[in-house]
Design a protein around this ligand. Structure first.
Ligand code: 5CA
Ligand code: ZN
Length: 411
């Protein structure tokens, strides 16, 4: 499907260092070493409601990775999916009496506008689950040939015990896996399964639900295999980073890695990177709980999207944090100060701040440190003492480019 439009990315006078990212599977930082274009897959939305700050934080977080790679001189191939058919979407469509396709289209379109406003670089391939059904069917055939799929009634399940590496992404205790599996769409108690953690790869048609023909009867894809098939279909069997929020570590990313090991015999992503959870009113912001702050509501209330982006940047992408309006108004004031400094033209030397910001971002996307360095440059530029000696005539132009290219802030 169509992605959203791409903002210009200025070319900086300095090349950034190699990019390090935290890997959930090893618990440490990994220096990414893309061979050719860097390949990034980030799990996309299930489009049954508007983009909230949790989604925005996750996509802005991975946008920093995309930008850090570009600053380091790597082109990036970015793929993102849209789960445009799945239980929560069908349930919501039923509840609000809207056709599920119309609901998915409407919310995906809103998401595109939100991403444009936040200056998130679009994926090269923005891919829906529905349009990927032939690829999913081929993938299930591969898993069947590998002997890792079995039937319960008319549904097909992936057998987790066929993968000796199962558990290597999340490194969780089995009890915790079972608990999370039940909480996040799994069915550990279904009779007839070989292992409670086995996940559906093909769900046979249910009354009143959409279905597509397949060699295994009419039905629709399971959630995890959707991402496995889309990622490998557009990035190749192996790629650099698999990303998403930390709520996807288990079962979603564990299952995708499991499918891929058994279909290809090779590792899936080099790094599994996860963004922290954004809370509101004391709990994880989630569509099912309804404690949401929508990007589009703020946009329609004339809030500067760059202030929203700055709030997100002030929290490290891996930390869990809580959205507050106070931080938004503080970001509005900060941007006003930054704009005043940029309007001066000359300012404190720009090169150290360019190097510092690129280094911070290359060290596990440390945007809070990058923002502090910009704050310091602004304070030095707005302060008068001692500037005359060291003033850099083109400082504002350079910092302007830096904010745009590395942090996605167009001021
Ligand atoms: N379609 C699936 C992924 S294939 C899905 O999880 N969709 S979603 O709409 O529920 O979430 C979209 C992305 O936002 C996912 O990467 C998810 O991990 C992330 N996300 C959801 N809620 C939050 C939150 N409160 N804070 C941070 N990220 C979140
Ligand atoms: Zn996914």
């Amino acid at each position: 499907m169509r992605a959203w439009s791409a903002p210009e990315v200025p070319v900086l006078p300095v090349t950034g260092p190699p990019v390090q990212v935290h890997d959930t599977a090893t618990g440490g930082l990994v220096t990414t070493a893309p061979d050719g274009p860097a390949r990034l897959y980030v799990c996309g939305i299930t489009p049954y409601d508007a983009t909230h700050m949790g989604h925005a934080a996750t996509y802005v977080g991975f946008d920093l990775l995309n930008r850090a790679w570009r600053s380091a001189g790597h082109p990036v191939t970015y793929v993102q999916n849209v789960t445009d058919v799945d239980d929560p979407l069908l349930e919501r469509a039923d509840k609000v009496k809207v056709d599920w396709r119309a609901l998915a289209e409407r919310e995906t379109e809103l998401f595109r506008h939100d991403m444009e406003a936040l200056r998130v670089l679009p994926p090269a391939h923005y891919v829906g689950a529905v349009e990927s059904i032939p690829a999913v069917i081929d993938y299930i055939e591969r898993l069947r040939r590998a002997g890792t799929v079995y039937q319960v009634d008319d549904d097909l399940y992936f057998s987790v015990t066929s993968d000796p590496a199962f558990g290597a992404v999340s490194r969780l205790e089995r009890d915790e896996m079972v608990r999370l599996f039940a909480e996040r769409g799994g069915d550990p108690e279904r009779p007839g399964k070989k292992d409670p953690l086995d996940c559906v790869v093909w769900l046979a048609q249910r009354p009143g639900e959409p279905a597509w023909e397949s060699p295994f009867g009419p039905g629709r894809p399971g959630w995890h295999i959707e991402c496995t098939a889309i990622a490998q279909g557009h990035l190749g069997e192996q790629f650099d980073v698999q990303g998403g929020g930390s709520d996807l570590v288990f079962p979603h990313h564990e299952m995708s890695a499991g499918h891929a090991h058994l279909a290809t015999g090779a590792p899936f992503a080099q790094v599994y990177a996860h963004a922290g959870m954004v809370a509101y009113d004391g709990e994880k912001m989630s569509k099912s709980r309804g404690n949401l702050v929508f990007v589009s509501h703020l946009r329609h209330s004339d809030v500067d999207p760059m202030a929203i982006r700055l709030v997100l940047l002030r929290h490290h992408y891996r930390s869990d944090w809580e959205w507050t309006d106070a931080e938004l108004w503080d970001a509005v004031d900060t941007l006003a100060r930054w704009r005043r400094a940029l309007a001066l033209g000359a300012g404190a030397p720009a090169l150290p701040v360019v190097e510092g910001v690129l280094a911070a971002l290359a060290r596990d996307l440390d945007a809070p440190t990058a923002v502090r360095l910009v704050d310091e440059w602004v304070a030095a530029t707005l302060g008068t003492a001692g500037l005359a000696d060291t003033s850099d005539d083109s400082a504002a132009a350079t910092v302007h480019q830096l904010l745009d290219a590395a942090l996605g802030l167009s001021l």
